[in-house]
Design a protein around this ligand. Structure first.
Ligand code: FE
Length: 152
């Protein structure tokens, strides 16, 4: 469960860190608020099957990906790359404040889990086989994201 209280996250619209309330809803509240596919990934740490997600392809124009649970800004299109894995892949988040990580030992693997810092929603995992400049690969479920095209 995410903690309650305040958190500083980076807002793309405001182009600065802003203080917001953490979202610490109960499981029942999340279940009533989210569509089933989003609930399974964000709250139950499910992984969508590769090449099935809405955001596998890189979009034509600029934009950002927000948390499908709480709207926190998570990734920009410019950091998305084609990993060949069938999951949306990014080499870095919008801001380190906007995501959190936990060690995930499930399924007999040692992986770094990544989640939304504000609502605790599960996003995916981070691997160290990504491209420059970071060498990291944020392997993210489409179901945990909501794409917002840049205004022209
Ligand atoms: Fe969130």
């Amino acid at each position: 469960m995410p903690e309650s209280g305040k958190i500083q996250i980076f807002s793309v619209v405001e182009n600065k860190l802003v203080e917001v309330d953490r979202i610490a809803w109960s499981d029942a509240e999340w279940k009533s608020q989210l569509p089933p596919a989003q609930y399974r990934v964000l709250r139950n740490h499910d992984t969508e099957r590769p090449f099935t997600g809405e955001y596998c392809e890189k979009p034509q124009g600029a934009g950002i990906y927000q948390c499908a649970g709480c709207g926190t800004d998570l990734f920009v299109v410019g950091t998305k790359f084609e990993s060949g894995t069938g999951w949306p892949s990014f080499y870095e988040p919008i801001h380190s404040n906007n995501v959190g990580t936990t060690v995930d030992r499930s399924f007999g693997m040692l992986r770094l889990e990544v989640h939304c810092a504000r609502c605790g929603g599960h996003l995916g995992h981070i691997f160290n086989d990504g491209p420059p400049p970071t060498g990291e690969r944020y392997c993210i479920n489409s179901a945990s994201l909501k794409f917002v095209p840049a205004a022209n």
